[in-house]
Design a protein around this ligand. Structure first.
Ligand code: SF4
Length: 328
């Protein structure tokens, strides 16, 4: 360690930041005064800077975090969302939703994050730091990697960050869910690494042509190949895949859609999460009525598939994924 620090000082520093959530050098009393002064003068604890905060009435808080970019390159930002439990009894801490890329190459038409394409992958430290910023808003019990980006296209950095989140920040592997559009070879590679997370695959529809429009980067990948990669994930890790469907009114929420989804998933070790779309002001897509969502769920369950409805929280402006970043 430069500045006269010793190797064990680096271990103290790491423990303070990752295990105890100390983000100020002056509070790290296990370090010598001179070292703390020198570090606080020219090495910020966190590299990501909070640029904006967008709180919702239900307690959900979205952070816009600025990334330090190299000389000459434009400063970029990402979003992280802190979602406190609905009741104190239900859960011991919040859920944190994190991003893995700046922008996204997948291009789903209902998502603000994909509108400008991919800028770059986040580094492992940039993924990890979102947890440190998030924890400063309140204890984190679970995490969903469902923010900006396609996580499995940045798997090495994701795995490095989540290994630390799991081992040093103490978030259980069953409490971390990574949501991907399910590139088959990426799902298989991830399964073989036995990573510390659960897998969710955003299917959105069980019809191939329609999926090509809703998940453009998967246009050439038949749904059956995605499902077979999901089966491989289960066989390899022993953890069931959750298939997610963002329900868009009048588009993929018909009863035929529900029946086809049930038919495709019947007999597989998987569950379905139905997520009524989180409407964006002036957007092209709408959220279905509650009754339609219930009918959809019942039809999927009639095929013997467990289905749950997940209503999004934080419906005020900028709540949809990528909105805040786009506005800035
Ligand atoms: S929904 Fe996810 S995969 Fe699709 S464009 Fe948005 S961030 Fe990318």
């Amino acid at each position: 360690m430069e500045r006269g620090g010793r190797a064990f000082h680096a271990r103290i520093l790491r423990r303070e930041v990752l295990e105890r959530g100390t983000l100020k050098y002056e509070a790290m009393t296990g370090l010598p005064d001179r070292l703390r002064e020198s570090l606080s003068r020219d090495l910020p604890v966190l590299g990501l800077v909070e640029l904006a905060r967008s709180p919702s009435k239900d307690g959900t808080c979205k952070l816009l975090l600025g990334l330090a970019e190299g000389e000459g390159s434009k400063a970029q930002s990402i979003e992280t969302v802190h979602i406190p439990p609905l009741s104190r009894k239900a859960q011991s801490g919040a859920t944190l939703c994190v991003s893995t890329q700046v922008g996204c190459p997948v291009g789903c038409p209902f998502c603000a994050s994909g509108k400008a394409g991919l800028v770059r992958n986040l580094r492992a430290d940039e993924i990890l730091e979102q947890y440190l910023h998030g924890r400063a808003l309140g204890a984190i019990a679970r995490s969903v990697v469902m923010g900006i980006g396609e996580p499995l296209l940045n798997f090495d950095a994701l795995l490095a960050a989540l290994t630390i989140v799991h081992k040093e920040m103490g978030i259980g592997a069953r409490k971390i869910t990574v949501s991907s559009v399910g590139f088959p070879e990426r799902v298989r590679r991830a399964a073989l690494a036995r990573p510390p997370f659960q897998l969710a695959i955003s299917l959105h529809t069980a019809f191939d042509e329609e999926r090509a429009a809703l998940v453009p980067a998967m246009a050439k990948t038949p749904i059956e190949e995605v499902l077979s990669a999901g089966d491989f994930w289960f066989e390899t890790t022993g953890r069931e895949v959750t298939y997610e469907v963002v329900l868009l009114a009048g588009l993929n929420d018909t009863l035929q859609h529900a029946e086809e989804l049930g038919r495709r998933l019947a007999g597989r070790r998987a569950t379905v999460n139905l997520i009524p779309f989180n409407p964006v002001v002036d957007g092209d897509f709408q959220r279905p009525e509650g009754q339609r969502v219930d009918e959809f769920r019942e039809l999927v369950e009639n095929a013997g598939v467990v289905a749950r409805v997940r209503w999004s929280r934080g419906l005020e402006s900028d709540a949809a994924c990528g909105q805040l970043r786009l506005r800035n």
